[in-house]
Design a protein around this ligand. Structure first.
Ligand code: CMP
Length: 160
């Protein structure tokens, strides 16, 4: 078994502010250019039920109601990305929660100034990613396919 797990997965939600600001292509492009593989992608409208589950750990926070209203304000695009250390790589590209604290070069650092309307959600650990992917995608909506750039995205030892 390969010691490099090239199939680690993470969940991304492209939030309503990104849709309204015409940033879907920009965001998807950044993940693609990094070398992450898109194995699932769709547009959905988030329900109260889904949001209560997804943000259960924030239910007592002052921003919970506002966050839910924002996340329901338009559809979102959700995607599953796959790659070596996909969870931590993605978090690095996305940047910390507040757009004001995120470094230039990161998605939030370049594209937002808010803590709530912060463009994307990215799973915060491998185990959270597993739960979140199950919450939003059926197994038939995730694809296992060969990517032609694979041998240039990864080095030989990483692919073995
Ligand atoms: P996300 O990565 O989706 O995880 C939880 C979300 O809650 C976060 O992005 C923000 O959209 C929102 N959030 C976190 N902290 C705050 C805050 N202090 N004020 C408003 N919204 C917040």
């Amino acid at each position: 078994m390969n010691k490099f797990n090239l199939k680690e997965k993470t969940l991304i939600i492209i939030k309503p502010d990104a849709l309204q600001r015409n940033l879907i292509g920009e965001i998807v492009g950044r993940f693609e250019r990094k070398g992450l593989k898109i194995i699932g992608m769709k547009m959905i409208k988030l329900s109260d039920l889904l949001l209560n589950k997804h943000y259960a750990h924030h239910k007592d926070k002052f921003f919970f109601t506002g966050l839910k209203n924002f996340m329901k304000s338009s559809p979102v695009v959700i995607m599953v990305l796959e790659g070596l250390e996909a969870v931590s790589v993605t978090r690095l590209i996305v940047g910390p929660t507040s757009g004001r604290k995120a470094d230039a070069g990161s998605i939030r650092g370049d594209l937002c100034i808010s803590t709530q309307t912060n463009i994307v959600h990215a799973s915060d650990s491998v185990s959270t990613a597993r739960q979140e992917i199950k919450r939003f995608f059926k197994s038939v909506e995730l694809f296992n396919y060969k990517k032609m750039d694979f041998e240039f995205v990864y080095g030989e030892e990483e692919r073995e």
